[in-house]
Structure formats: structure tokens, C-alpha cells
Design a protein around this ligand. Sequence first.
Ligand code: SF4
Length: 329
Amino acid sequence: MSDALLRADLLRWYAKAKRDLPWRRNPSPYRVWISEIMLQQTTVAAVTPKYEAFLRRFPTLASLACSTEDEVLKHWAGLGYYSRARNLRRAALTVVADHDGDFPSEFEAALALPGIGRYTAGAILSIAFKKPHPLVDGNVIRVFSRLFGLKGRAKDPAFVKKMWPLAERLLPRTKPGDWNQALMELGATVCSPDSPSCGACPVARHCVAFRKDLQEELPQPEATREPIPVRWTCLWIEKNRKVLLWRRSAKERLLKNLWGLPESGKIGAIPGRLLARTAHAITHHALSVELREAAGPEGELPTEAKWVPREKIRDYLVSSLWLKLLERL
Ligand code: SF4
């Protein structure tokens, strides 16, 4: 089978079967960029409502550049990996300063922006500018591994490196954005990690894994990694309807630079009655968090601490860890 037939089969299917996702409507560079950053490490279902709300608050690149970091973090709440939100804002400032506020249409210039790697630059340029740049993400790796019968682990850098020449070879010069999205759509909806729907696959006649019955074996499973257990005791310190919050430092292992409830030991207060308890996962860490009542510290507050009116604390506590704890209060 030729590359041309493979392209034709996949593009025909994509034209009919693609999901109606908000970032596919009016795919301007700004809208595509925001969606691509949000979709890194996060599912379509989790991103969709956040994406629409984020664009209501920051409808243009200029509005994002004019915002404060805290405002952007607040609208990123629940998506995790908060460095993505900080990089978005830093990149918006760079675009305003260096590119007259227009997202750059040249690959090297896009790649130079904070938070944009080879995949994201390829996605934005191919989808929003219709420029012929390939991309490789987890879905594409899985699809290529099966389609071409290639053995390897999807997270092995050497295996990933092998995918780029393939992506370049297959990329059509017209509609490169549709092709890139079709590959990812196939991986997301048909060629899924477990039990791919080969019977409904538009490219089954090209697929080595299907022919050799290797779908379940390719790509090879990742080595399992035990999550690192972390225990925190955090404090609920309330006085005159104000709650004491704590800005975590840049040196913290988790939730760096974000506001949170103070951990006991960081502030001179003794943990008292248990108020709530939750489990939470953050990048290979399994957190077990207790929230305990405590009396306020005496004297001047450390610079990291701040009294915040109770009704305003959700403006600061952006991680879903805190939101889960607050629900249990
Ligand atoms: Fe994936 Fe099956 Fe299609 Fe091959 S035939 S690409 S394994 S869904």
C-alpha cells in the first residue's frame, strides 16, 4: 500500500468522523495555541469547559499579555501543571514585545517562545497557518507503532526520535493541519491504548499490527513506576472570617509558587482537631493530606503568609487538591 492511499483513507475518514471540539471552530493561532497547551497531559473532557471559560476571560493574546500571573493561574485552576499557565503568559508578553502582538508564523520563532516545543510549534503552524510541519505526540507514536509494526516503548526518547522522519514522510503538503489532527484523532478515538477498534479503523488495510495480530503488543508497555508517597498535615487557621494562606516557594517539590493552606511545621501553630482528609495525585506523587484546625500564629506574619477573607480564598487556592479539601470541610 502506498503512502498516498493511506493519506487518502485517513483524511476521508477524518472529514466525516472528527469530533466537534471548540478549538476546531475558528482555529486562529491564539485559539489553537491555548488548546494545545491545555491538552498537554490533560484529557479533552477536562479541557473543554476550562478552555471556553479561559477564552471568555482572555479572548485575545493582548488580553492575556495584560493579565497578572495570579489571574492566569486562577483561570487555570484544576488543569494542573501550572508552569504551563505561567509560560503561556510569558509567551504572550514576548509576542507583544517582539512580534507586534501577532503569534509568529515561522517555526523557529514559535519554538523560541516559552512553553513551546517541537510538537506544539508543529501543531500551531500546521493547524492555524496551514504550513507543512509534522508533529509527534503520544497518539501518533501509538498509531505509527502499530501501523508500521515498530517495536519500542512510547516514552523511550530513542523510539520517539524514530517517529519524526515517518511523520515528515507522510505529511501532505496540502491540508497538513487536517492530516496531523486526523492522526491524533485516530489515536484518541479508534486506535486506543487498550482494545483498539480495528474493525472500525479506516486504515486497517495498511496496518501491520492488524495483519499480524500485534495490536495489543505494540507499542510495548512502559515500565511501571510506583508513585512516591507524600504525607502533608495542613492547617486551617481562621480569625475574624479571614483564613491564613501560604505562598509555597519556588524550591518546593510540588505546587511551586502557588498559594495553599500552610503546612504544619512551616508556621508556628500546633495542629488540632481533624477537619478533612483527602488523597490526591500530582506527577508520580501520591499525596495523603490531612487538614487540621489550628490557632493563629502570634506576632508579625512571615512574608509568605497572608490573611484572606474566607469568601475570597478560592481566588487563591487554584490547585484541585485544595478545592477537594474545601469541599470536605
Ligand atoms: Fe490501530 Fe487497529 Fe487501526 Fe491498526 S487497524 S491503526 S491497530 S485501530
